[in-house]
Structure formats: C-alpha cells, structure tokens
Ligand binder design. Structure first.
Ligand SMILES: [Zn+2]
Length: 212
C-alpha cells in the first residue's frame, strides 16, 4: 500500500496538483481554481480492492480523475472551482473488520472515531498503534481532523463500476457502462464540469480503443 500511495502521489504531482494527506491516510491532490473562495469539486475513489474486482473497481475512479485533469490541462481549461482528486484509504474491509474507513471518517459517520480509537485486530494490536507504525503519527491525537467541514465540496464525482448485476445481465459493454454512470452521477449534479469530464473521458477511451 505504501508504494501504491507513493505512486498515486507521484501521478498527482506530475500534473501539478498540490498533494496532502490526512491523519489516517486519505490522499488529496488539489488543482486550484480561479476563485479559491468557492468549494471544490471532488473526484476519486479507492485503490485497494478485493481479489478479481478488476480495473474498473475504485482504481479507475482515482486514475480516471487524474487523467481527466490531464486532458483538461491539455486544452488549457482553467477551472473556476478547485478540483480535488481523492484517494480514500482502506475502502475494503481491513484487518480491523470494517471497510470504507477513509470515506466514513471524512463523512464523520456515526461513532466512526470512537470505533477507530478502540478497534483491535486479531492479535490485539490497536488501530491507533497500527496507524502509528505505518507512519500516521497524528492518528492517535488528531484522528477527528479527517472529518470534513460541511460544504467542503460543491459536488463529488466517482467513476466506479456498477456493482449490481443489471447491466451485466443486459450485456452492456464498458462504453455504455461509463456513459450511464456519467449521465447519472455527473451530469445531474454538476452540468458544466460534467460536460468536460464526459467529453474528455470519452476521448481518452477512444484513444485507448485505437491503441494510441
Ligand atoms: Zn470499489
């Protein structure tokens, strides 16, 4: 996981994003907008995955967001709002028995901080101790700083494979899948960014299809 985090941070830095990490390991890459007073648009997902989940599980949500920014920069697009790419930590169930750790901490979902403070693994190592050993020394004293303030983001876009069986049963291919996801989750909530995201992402897919 350490190498993966370092790799994603390198990708973020390569496109000029300002990289930061919170107390439990959520990673953020910020592309500042022309109006820093506005809440940012967030986009991201997770890169840990269960076996055989495939590349369209969370990985595409993180790398796709970075790629979308790269594509926007190529056409000299300048966002008014900041765009933040987020890589959530420990989305899949961890050795402490719960999943969605990073996103739940950011959302300050019920009792998450109390749960983290008292959680132990099968060998009785506490979550706080494991975090400290992994280099997250702030987790012990500052774990609540991972919680987002209300209104921190104007909207959020997550590119992620559909996890139900409906489209698979209908035999939809990845282009339909991507299109439906974008239509449902992007265009509805944020038409302007959604338009660019859609346009750029489809052009990336087209390039891939053509083997460029
Ligand atoms: Zn996922």
């Amino acid at each position: 996981m350490f190498f993966l985090c370092r790799y994603v941070k390198t990708l973020m830095t390569d496109v000029g994003l300002e990289v930061r990490e919170d107390a439990i390991g959520n990673i953020f890459g910020r592309w500042e907008g022309t109006d820093p007073s506005l809440p940012a648009v967030g986009s991201g997902s997770h890169t840990d995955a269960i076996p055989f989940s495939g590349k369209y599980d969370g990985v595409v949500g993180v790398l796709g967001a970075i790629q979308a920014i790269r594509a926007l920069q190529k056409v000299s697009f300048q966002p008014r709002r900041a765009i933040e790419v987020i890589m959530f930590t420990s989305e899949e169930p961890t050795r402490f028995g719960f999943g969605c750790l990073g996103s739940r901490a950011m959302a300050q979902s019920a009792n998450i901080f109390g749960t983290l403070q008292s959680a132990v693994d099968a060998e009785n190592v506490s979550f706080v101790e494991a975090a400290r050993r992994a280099g997250y020394t702030e987790a012990e004293h500052n774990i609540q700083s991972s919680g987002l303030k209300k209104g921190a983001y104007a909207s959020f876009v997550e590119l992620h494979i559909e996890q139900g069986p409906i489209l698979e049963k209908e035999g939809a291919d990845i282009h339909h899948l991507v299109f439906e996801m974008l239509m449902l989750h992007v265009m509805r909530n944020f038409p302007f960014f959604g338009y660019w995201y859609l346009k750029m992402f489809l052009s990336c897919l087209e390039n891939d299809t053509h083997g460029k």
